[in-house]
Design a protein around this ligand. Structure first.
Ligand SMILES: Cc1cc2nc3c(=O)[nH]c(=O)nc-3n(C[C@H](O)[C@H](O)[C@H](O)COP(=O)(O)O)c2cc1C
Length: 364
């Protein structure tokens, strides 16, 4: 009997100790999140533009079109970078490029990415896009695609630092607006020259540098590494934006703390999940997770997104482009797989909207 009482007492004591420890670690975690967020509460400036969040949508060809950029900015992205545009004027007349070059009436900071290898051509492309409404020009030196690299554009430029210097000089001189640069950590494991490129960028007027924590030879394999981003950040004074595999508030916090970067960039994790920006903003500010959106909100966001795609691209292209987005939005739903195969056979915008309505009616 006495033994039982003693055991009970010990048990209660244990629970109290555990509770105190839990509350303590929980409070410390929140406190550290708040302290971190207040020590870094200044949002990053790019030239004269101040971002209202340090979480940026990464440029993704075929994905970060105007409807998607607008949606991500509305849901908390501090900036959304356009899909890359070739600097070769011969291709600008194609329907795809014309849509990519449309950035007049867009809300948020309009950052337009250009890709190419010829300094004069890049300067001209920057000028034309600035005249068309770009507020920031971003230079692509991160694309790993063979088609792009064989013309010494995208990440292939990392192998030619003198060419990097010429391009940067020429683009910066051509426009009044800020010019930013996006790179990988280097061409391959043995030539990780991100620091050298970052110094060239800074010395020649680049106003912010985004770094994807992989080399070109990594493509998208393995995990992004943040050591090089951390070294780059400590080697230059311009804002550094860390990128690669950031998929949650915790990861965002870890990457910011580890690299000391000024901002982060989110690519694939925003596909079908544009609300990730408000989730990460919330976590960075409070150290707490925001509840995921309810089905009704997902439905409203998705329907509006699909309608915007139809409007922006027209019925034929719009319906086709909507397919991949819908598939990303629904990938976490059990019924999504079966629905997607039906949805992907639909050709008309109205059919797509009806099908989505039926899908969500059955979910709720
Ligand atoms: C489909 C796709 C298209 C991309 N297009 C571009 C592009 O046009 N310009 C660019 O600089 N990076 C491009 N990227 C790279 C992303 O901007 C980003 O650096 C990369 O996806 C790593 O970030 P994440 O892990 O958050 O996705 C693309 C990536 C993907 C997946």
């Amino acid at each position: 009997m006495i033994q039982k009482k003693v055991n009970n007492k010990n048990y209660e004591k244990n629970i109290i100790v555990q509770f105190i420890c839990f509350s303590f670690t929980e409070k410390t975690r929140k406190l550290s999140a708040i302290l971190n967020s207040s020590s870094k509460k200044h949002h990053v400036n790019i030239g004269s533009y101040q971002l209202n969040s340090n979480v940026i949508l990464a440029p993704m060809a075929g994905i970060t079109d105007k409807p998607f950029r607008q949606l991500c900015c509305r849901l908390g992205a501090g900036m959304a970078v356009s899909e890359m545009l070739s600097s070769n004027p011969k291709v600008w007349k194609s329907g795809k490029s014309m849509l990519r070059m449309e950035h007049g009436d867009e809300a948020g900071i309009r950052s337009v990415q250009i890709a190419g290898s010829d300094p004069q051509e890049m300067a001209f492309a920057a000028k034309v896009n600035a005249e068309n409404g770009a507020q920031i020009i971003d230079i692509n030196m991160g694309c790993p695609a063979k088609k792009v690299n064989k013309k010494l554009a995208g990440s292939a430029l990392l192998k030619a630092p003198e060419q990097v210097e010429q391009i940067v000089k020429s683009v910066v001189a051509a426009v009044e607006i800020p010019v930013t640069l996006k790179i990988r950590t280097g061409w391959c494991e043995n030539t990780r020259n991100g620091i050298e490129i970052a110094k060239i960028a800074e010395a020649n007027g680049i106003q912010a540098l985004a770094v994807h924590g992989r080399t070109r030879n990594d493509f998208y394999k393995g995990n992004a590494e943040y050591d090089t981003i951390k070294s780059i950040k400590s080697a230059v004074s311009i804002p550094v934006i860390a990128n690669g595999d950031i998929t949650s508030g915790e990861k965002a916090r870890q990457v910011l703390d580890y690299t000391n970067a000024d901002a982060i960039m989110i690519g694939r994790a925003a596909q079908g999940r544009p609300w990730i920006f408000r989730e990460i903003n919330h976590f960075l500010k409070t150290g707490e997770h925001l509840a995921p959106p309810k089905v009704e909100e997902v439905r409203a966001i998705l329907m509006a997104h699909v309608q915007e795609l139809h409007k922006f691209y027209g019925d034929f292209m719009g319906a086709r482009i909507a397919r991949k987005h819908v598939s990303w939005y629904l990938q976490t739903h059990d019924q999504g797989k079966q629905f997607r195969s039906i949805f992907n056979a639909l050709e008309l915008p109205a059919e797509q909207l009806d099908a989505l309505n039926i899908f969500f009616d059955n979910l709720t």
